[in-house]
Design a protein around this ligand. Structure first.
Ligand code: NAD
Length: 252
């Protein structure tokens, strides 16, 4: 087994499920101490248990990424408990679907607060720490829908993710001179609850993906996580401000 992240402390938002949990397990398998953050203490605890069952090191901190206070506490707690913060995977997100004309303004505000402001606040506090402590690496989760509107009724989500891509590029240029390397991932449909339509079964989704994606199947959690680990690793040392599309050819 390779151990690209031995001695590194990795902070992952949305680490209690889906891509965040898969990333947490993958980083821990490669030697990192992983701090998972999110709103649901039980699901975070489950991720920690899964990592510890494999002999890895993990910790959980409950935090809402749309709260500056929570995100500041998250960074401070990570550093105090584990001695540093070397890699951040800002991955928490929510999806709202529906026609824009019918979208509740509170739902819009919530989506932007989590998906966009959450990434801004996370980077703000992480960069402040990393700048003063020898640099670091940040990977943000955007979406392939940010650049290619493949589906109807996802305008708010797509807009928030396009902004995450733009913010990641801007932050990358701003911070690389200070030793902080920033990139994004833009997944297409990945095998999590988020890619299920309301009421849709996993079998129905499998059938839909055969038609919808050139590759004919949904992306796996391992395929998403391995892209994040590569961007965070020294192998990607010259990769800055990139938005890595992982979508089975959907937007090729
Ligand atoms: P998921 O719903 O399992 O993960 C989202 C996580 O974010 C959850 O753990 C949730 O608790 C957490 N979260 C939500 N609001 C939060 C808040 N305010 N503060 C802290 N944590 C919060 O789904 P996923 O598919 O693993 O999604 C992970 C990321 O990938 C999201 O940003 C999503 O938009 C993005 N994405 C997913 C897909 C896909 O098909 N699954 C495709 C493109 C992009």
């Amino acid at each position: 087994m390779t151990a690209r992240f031995t001695g590194k402390v990795v902070l992952i938002s949305g680490g209690g499920s889906g891509i965040g949990r898969a990333g947490a397990l993958a980083f821990a398998r490669e030697g990192a101490t992983v701090v998972v953050a999110g709103r649901n203490a039980d699901s975070l605890r489950k991720t920690v248990e899964l990592i510890e069952a494999e002999g890895g090191r993990a910790d959980a901190v409950t935090a809402d990424v749309s709260s500056s206070q929570d995100v500041a506490r998250l960074v401070t707690t990570t550093v105090e408990r584990h001695g540093g913060l070397h890699i951040a995977f800002n991955n928490a997100g929510v999806l709202e679907a529906g026609p824009l004309a019918d979208m509740d303004e509170a739902a819009w505000d919530h989506l932007i607060a989590v998906n966009l402001t959450g990434v801004f606040l996370s980077m703000k506090h992480q960069i402040a720490h990393m700048r003063a402590n020898g640099g670091g690496v940040i990977v943000n989760t955007a979406s392939n829908l940010g650049a290619h509107m493949r589906l109807p009724f996802l305008g708010a989500y797509a807009a928030s993710k396009a902004a995450v891509s733009a913010l990641s590029r801007a932050a990358a240029r701003e911070c690389i001179g200070q030793g902080i390397r920033i990139n994004a991932i833009s997944p297409g449909p990945i095998d999590t609850a988020m890619s299920l339509r309301p009421g849709e079964s996993e079998d129905a989704r499998t059938e839909r993906m055969k038609e919808a994606l050139p590759i004919g199947r949904i992306g796996t959690l391992a395929e998403a996580a391995s892209a994040v680990l590569w961007l965070a690793s020294p192998e990607a040392g010259f990769t800055v401000g990139h938005d890595l599309v992982i979508d089975g050819g959907a937007t090729a």
